[in-house]
Design a protein around this ligand. Structure first.
Ligand code: PHE
Length: 482
């Protein structure tokens, strides 16, 4: 039988283990994990992808992917992290010494960089919209964002995204902000902040949702979101839904391994995962309800792409009493949600440089942020001066987004599932997930194990091949045709 834990820890590892920072309370663990999951993925990416991919059918596929793939990967990552108690690469090295499994962690570090490269740009737009919303608050009806006309609101966003210096500066501001929080320490900074502010975001989304729903002509938006038409679903759309499920739950790249390493020993890992998954889904659905009825009521195009949030949301607020005030609040809370996610992203390379290479947290953070500014600039400029610079037919922004969600995360998730499902022996998994027998959750563990072993990896494999257009080629090779 293989052993998940090496017999002896090295002195260095034992020393780091005793001085490691970690989450302090069980609620804090949930807050931080949820803080990583909830972010621009819910408020920006989920709605715009749903719009691009035809609505409800995409949402159904996305929910299935979350249940059968996203959640199992999340539980797997948490249990790996807590067992090994170190960074993503180190965890796999520790649990599977002298094997290539650590490469999964290394791919995760790469993915973290690529995601941050475009994520910080979108966060930069959110920051800019906070300022725009405040200015509009004082200018009343004359304000830049005080319009329900699609042409006017699209123009405002277009001007912002196409401005090269402003785009770069916004990205740097976001990076500096993330660095400042990481330097202040995770448990005291972000854990506390997300615990207080995420519920507020939830309440605000409910308010915006109600306004959106009560607009004349809102019904069509609801039908778009809830009445599936599966005829429009292609292999590429299914892969996009799977990729979104990974991205949403921050899994497939070691973020949750890193966070799992900060978990308490008495944390109920499967229950934590299920709660985070449900809460995250609820936020996405609320964002969809806030956006789609308004899209149809005002005559916006649901397939507007990444700009959807920035052109419809101001229009919804502009059509409600005290809208300008709520709009300021909305963008501030979106920035908070994005911050929780970015910290967890940056934490992957920072923890690696800090724990594997022994750098101080300060140096690790500075180097990470500098590298991000370099890699990220190509994404920041891709709506303006670099708009024509394309690889594989995509701008850098789209390429980073596509290659992470649709390739790196599913591939990483696939191997994480194999690691827990096939490399670990069942008794060991049971011990880890039942907190050494303290929890009476054997049936949950069995169910999780079966899904992780036989269902999720197969789904990921097939969807990945099909979505990349490889499945039909392979079938043809075997004479099956497709
Ligand atoms: N889950 C975050 C969101 O939806 C994004 C993220 C992806 C964070 C991967 C960490 C790791 O916004």
């Amino acid at each position: 039988m293989q052993s998940a834990l090496p017999a002896g820890q090295s002195a260095k590892e034992a020393a780091t283990a005793s001085t490691r920072d970690g989450f302090t309370t069980r609620l804090g663990v949930i807050a931080a994990t949820l803080g990583s999951a909830v972010g621009l993925g819910n408020i920006w990416k989920f709605p715009f992808m749903t719009g691009e991919n035809g609505g409800a059918a995409f949402v159904v596929v996305y929910i299935l992917a979350t249940l059968f793939v996203g959640l199992p990967v999340m539980i797997s990552e948490h249990v790996i992290g807590r067992r090994a108690r170190t960074d993503a690469i180190g965890s796999l090295r520790k649990l599977a010494p002298r094997t290539p499994w650590w490469l999964v962690g290394a791919a995760g570090v790469a993915a973290a960089f690529l995601i941050m490269a475009f994520y910080t740009e979108v966060a930069g737009w959110v920051f800019a919209y906070i300022v725009k919303a405040i200015v509009s608050l004082f200018q009343g009806a004359a304000g830049e964002l005080a319009s329900t006309d699609p042409a006017a609101t699209s123009q405002v966003f277009g001007n912002l995204a196409a401005n090269p210096w402003l785009s770069l500066i916004l990205q740097w501001v976001v990076l500096a902000w993330v660095a400042a929080i990481i330097l202040a320490g995770v448990s005291k900074g972000i854990e506390r902040m997300t615990k207080r502010l995420l519920p507020l975001l939830f309440v605000l989304l409910v308010i915006v949702g109600i306004r959106s729903l009560t607009l004349p002509g809102a019904g069509e938006g609801l039908r778009f979101l809830f009445q599936p038409d599966f005829s429009a679903i292609t292999g590429a759309a299914v892969l996009a839904a799977l990729g979104l499920a990974f991205f949403k739950l921050s899994v497939g790249m070691g973020t949750m391994i890193t966070y799992g390493s900060y978990f308490r020993e008495d944390q109920n890992i499967p229950a934590t995962g299920a709660r985070v998954m449900l809460a995250d889904l609820a936020v996405s659905m609320l964002a969809g309800i806030a956006i789609f009825p308004a899209v149809f009521a005002f005559g916006f195009a649901p397939e507007a792409g990444p700009s959807l949030l920035f052109i419809t949301i101001p229009a919804v607020f502009s059509s409600m009493p005290l809208g300008a005030f709520f709009m300021v609040l909305f963008f501030i809370l979106t920035a908070v949600a994005a911050t929780g996610a970015m910290i967890s992203l940056a934490e992957v390379p920072v923890a690696f440089l800090n724990e594997r290479l022994g750098w101080s947290r300060r140096n690790a953070t500075l180097v990470t942020v500098l590298l991000l500014a370099i890699v990220g600039s190509s994404a920041a400029l891709s709506q303006g001066v670099l708009a024509e610079f394309k690889l594989f037919g995509m701008t850098m922004f789209d390429l980073f987004d596509f290659s992470t969600s649709n390739i790196l995360l599913p591939v990483g998730g696939f191997f994480i599932l194999l690691f827990v499902g096939w490399r670990w022996a069942y008794p060991e998994l049971k011990q880890a997930l039942s907190n050494d027998g303290a929890l009476q959750n054997e049936r949950t563990i069995r169910f999780f194990w079966t899904v992780t072993k036989f269902v999720s990896p197969v789904l990921v494999f097939v969807v990945l091949l099909d979505g990349l257009g490889l499945l039909s080629k392979i079938l043809a090779l075997f004479g099956g045709g497709a």
